[in-house]
Every structure is written in C-alpha cells, then in structure tokens.
Design a protein around this ligand. Structure first.
Ligand code: RAT
Ligand code: ZN
Length: 415
C-alpha cells in the first residue's frame, strides 16, 4: 500500500505493533532455571527500580526493609507508591500497563487478585502468554558463569526454550579477577594470581568452554565510567589478550555496557548502583586497534550518547544498542532515538528491555514502541514532504531491521 499524509500514522503504528522483537539484553530465564526465573506480581512490585523509589520515601532503616518477606515488601511498596500517592514514575506506570495488558482491573487495587491471576498458570503457560502478547520472538538472557546457582543449572544441561538465547556475562572476571580466580580454580582452570602465559591460556579455555556450553551469542561486561584500557591493569590484559582473542576466533562479539557506578549506596543492594560519564576514547581505541573484532556498545550516561552515535558512523565493527537502564524513559528514548536515526538511519538497535521479571516485557516494549513509533512517524513524514514514495512493504522491512534483523546481521557480519 502507498502511504500518504492521511494514512501514515495508522499504518506505521500498526507496522510497529505487528513487528516481532529480538530483545537483545534481558535478565530473564526460562522455566528449568528454577528460582532464577522471576514472574508475577510480587516480583514485579519488588523490582529494584521500585525499591529505590520507595526507600526515598518511607521512614525505616534500609536493612529493616530488606529483612522483610518479599510479600510484605511488595505490600509496602504498593501502599507507598500506588495508594498513598499517584504512580507517576516510569516504573510505576509500567506496573499499571502490565496489569492492564494482562486483563486485570488496575483500579480494583486488589493485589490478591493480581497474585492469584499469575498462579493460575504454569511457568510455561505464563511464558507463552507474555511472549505472545509482547510479540517477542527471541530474547537474550544474561548468563553468569560466576553465579553459583546458575553454574549448577548449566552442569545438568538444561532443556532451554528455543526463544531464549544466551549471552556470557563476564563482569566478575573483568572487574574482580582476584576473586574470580578462586571460582575458576574450583572449576578446574589452572589460573594463578599473576597473568602468566599459562593463566592467559586457561582464561581463554574457560571462555571457550562456556561459550560452547551456553551457546552464547555474545560476551558482555558492564564497566564503570573510568573504564580504560590505556593502563597496565589485569582488566586491560584480560580483555585484550584473552576475551578479544576468543571473541575473534569464535565470531562472538563483545558487548560493553559502560558507565555504571556499582554500589554507590551499598545499603540499597541491587538498587544502589548509579551512573557517570565515561571516556569515549576507550571505545575508539578498541574499534581501531581491534578492527577485526566486533563490539556491541551501550552507555549509561546521557552525556555520552551523541559522541557514541558519531563514533558508530566511523566504525562498522561498532554496533550501538538500546537506551540502557536509567535511559529507559520516554523523554530520553525520544531524544536518543531521534538523533540516532538522523545520524545512522536504520543501522542501530533502538532498544532492549533489560527486563528482570517476565511480566515487564509487556510494559517495557509497549512503552518503547510507543515512543519509537512517534519518532518514525515524524521522520517518514519528512520524506513524504519532499515527495518520496513510501509503501507499507518498505516500512515493514525498515522496522524489522530496527527491532530484529540488525542484530542477526551484526552477528553474521564478517569483517
Ligand atoms: O537494569 C538493571 O536491572 C540493572 O540492574 C542491571 O542489570 C544492568 O542492566 C546490567 O545488565 O548490569
Ligand atoms: Zn541489564
């Protein structure tokens, strides 16, 4: 169908809604991963984003809050953020969108009913319900070989829902080698405290084994704002001489998630991390020096976004993705997606969900798609203004690139 000023809004909205999603960074697990698979009302309400918002308001010591049972925490958060005041924040609105999409009455404020709804499904049925409603075809987990619970699960070769793909998360190895070494020793890798030739070979053997075991699509690390490789640290050596070698050999990109200040307030646990502006030169250095390697990059601070987008114009081994964590808010997604489109056209991935709780896929993608649709409508309208002919088929291809195909193309890219 040909698009014109009359039908463009309706058509693009419908195309974006119909487009299947490849959610390339989540913290979700399929059934079979036991306690790691999180879903349902209590999990959703005790999301660390909401914990941070609640603990700004309530007048009890942080430690007392964390000592409470999950259900009591959930009741307190719901009372504080949804009953005593209006739920205006993005994470609060997300809960409401999710409940609504599940067909529940958000104004009943009947938390018992919300809980019972989820427990009327098996984990498998609930997964199908959410993935189908959110239109997710595939999603990528965050698989941490240094997490004791997760390691045990991989030991017994779990039967994994084929929609769930793996990514090997290496924060511990990169940011705390001294402790990671002990876990690796217990796993049978002969790593010493100094990075000798043997130790580097053993780290590479470890990476190789785990990529194969988990069938990981990429390796990932999150790093602080002061992250640099222009130093003689164990982190720089492990990245350059181990991770990047294996990444190249197995054609498994390295995802860098840059700018997180871990545990700014340790009393807040998972909710205690913050962010800061990082140095773009480190990425430039990597893309240039390791020009046969592939890098996926997302940055946490708003201040880094423009220069990161410019850098992506210079290096095709750099794939930028998502509005990460504190950027996953409508006002910022709008701004970032607009200038990314202006500078890169369709060659990036606008968003990932970062969902930790299955149900969150519903709101994160609904909210994301809403903003991205508006940005696209504006941009396609500009093409109509100069007389460019647009068809539904063409826009379907474009949108599929943004939500799905660009990622697979990058994985398959040969440099
Ligand atoms: O968004 C989050 O839930 C954060 O806590 C982090 O998990 C972050 O996305 C990360 O992957 O480190
Ligand atoms: Zn994450």
């Amino acid at each position: 169908m040909k698009l014109n000023k009359e039908n463009i809004i309706k058509e693009i909205t419908s195309i974006v809604n119909k487009t299947e999603i490849y959610d390339i960074h989540t913290h979700l697990y399929p059934e079979g991963f036991g306690e790691l698979m999180l879903y349902g009302f209590d999990e959703m309400i005790t999301y660390h984003y909401l914990i941070a918002e609640t603990l700004r308001i309530i007048d009890i010591p942080y430690s007392d809050f964390f000592a409470m049972k999950k259900r009591d925490q959930a009741d307190l958060i719901y009372k504080t953020l949804f009953i005593e005041r209006s739920p205006l924040s993005e994470s609060c609105r997300g809960v409401l969108t999710t409940l609504k999409m599940l067909g529940l009455n958000i104004n009943s404020q009947n938390t018992q009913e919300y809980r019972e709804f989820t427990s009327s499904f098996s984990a498998k049925e609930y997964t199908n319900l959410v993935l189908e409603k959110a239109n997710i075809k595939k999603l990528v987990m965050t698989n941490d070989p240094f997490n004791n619970i997760e390691r045990k699960i991989w030991k017994y070769k779990p039967d994994i829902d084929s929609r769930f793909k793996s990514a090997l998360r290496l924060d511990f190895l990169i940011n705390d080698f001294k402790s990671a070494r002990h876990t690796m020793l217990r796993m049978g890798y002969n790593v010493t405290s100094t990075l000798t030739g043997l130790t580097k070979r053993e780290i590479k053997r470890f990476l190789h084994d785990w990529i194969v075991k988990t069938n990981s699509l990429y390796m990932a690390i999150s790093v602080p704002p002061d992250f640099t490789l222009l130093e003689n640290s164990s982190r720089a050596i492990i990245i350059e001489e181990c991770v990047l070698e294996v990444s190249y050999e197995l054609n498994v990109p390295l995802a860098l998630m840059i700018g997180v200040k871990r545990q700014t307030n340790p009393e807040l646990d998972l909710a205690g991390d913050s962010c800061g502006k990082a140095n773009i030169e480190t990425i430039e250095y990597l893309c240039k020096k390791f020009n046969k390697n592939k890098f996926m990059v997302t940055m946490l601070s708003r201040e880094n976004q423009h220069e990161l987008t410019i850098l992506a114009r210079k290096y095709r081994n750099l794939f930028i993705f998502g509005c990460w964590w504190f950027l996953n808010n409508p006002s910022l997604i709008k701004e970032i997606t607009t200038f990314r489109t202006e500078l890169l056209g369709l060659s990036y991935m606008p968003q990932h969900s970062d969902a930790r709780i299955l149900d969150q896929l519903l709101y994160k993608w609904t909210h994301n798609k809403d903003i991205i649709t508006k940005v696209l409508i504006k941009k396609y309208n500009k093409l109509l203004d100069v007389g460019w002919e647009l068809t539904t088929e063409k826009i379907e291809e474009d949108v599929n690139r943004l939500f799905y195909k660009n990622f697979e193309d990058f994985l398959n890219l040969k440099l």
